[in-house]
Design a protein around this ligand. Sequence first.
Ligand SMILES: Nc1nc2c(c(=O)[nH]1)N[C@H]1C(S)=C(S)[C@@H](COP(=O)(O)O)O[C@H]1N2
Ligand SMILES: [Mo]
Length: 251
Amino acid sequence: MTSRRRLITTGLAAAAGASGLVIAEKIAARYGLIPPDSGGLYGAGATLTYAAQRLLMASGRSMAREFDRSQISRAFPVNGDPPQNDGYQRLLAKKFAAWQLTVNGMVARPARFSIDQLMRMPAATQITSQACEEGWSAIAEWTGVRLSDMLNRVGVLPGARYIVFFPFDVNWDSVDMDDAWHPQTLLAWGMNGRELPAEHGAPLRLRVPRQLGYKSVKYLSRITVTDSLKSIGSGLGSISPEIGYSWYAGI
Ligand SMILES: Nc1nc2c(c(=O)[nH]1)N[C@H]1C(S)=C(S)[C@@H](COP(=O)(O)O)O[C@H]1N2
Ligand SMILES: [Mo]
């Protein structure tokens, strides 16, 4: 295991140094380390970043930094206002009493969860920073259900490779299984000790603190487990590559 991993890592580094990114991409492809948007604007560079991060993680999970309560930001910017569509606005007006999270796709037990049911599941809390591609970062305390707990509950089928998150607006996204099972990947219903404010993603948002803010999908409606992203949207894994951002946004 270790020697093979070292071999791949060395190979990638050497290829990047000696012969350029294209060869690195070829090696990455051989080991299944190509992100779903590899043909896009970022091309080989993004592939190398993703492959390097995933190989590093194979030798021990990397954790996003956690902070003290005293470091929580007084003001936390908003990026992406609550969806204006009727569906969302009606649910918001009734405090999400009728909202349900759908979890389906490659799972043994497809299910729907009300916000009360989610709040009764074992809760995890983290004080982490969210960095936005637009140049700000802010620290908050987030409370919710670990995505891994949710996945264990519905039972992920063999062969599943991605978890896809559909919100009430257009900003859908997905993560691979490394991020899906990571202990800091959270389905958050609380922020700074209160219920999640509408503008920060009520009633439920994703938190992926090891990636840029845009991966942390707000206003969740449905989660789907899949082995391929090809038939979703433009097939690039999220809305981001369609608008010039990388699918993988590790920091
Ligand atoms: N559904 C949805 N999720 C979203 C967005 C959005 O517009 N819609 N904006 C993203 C971006 S770019 C960032 S930086 C964070 C912002 O989260 P905040 O508004 O709670 O600070 O949410 C991300 N998740
Ligand atoms: Mo962002």
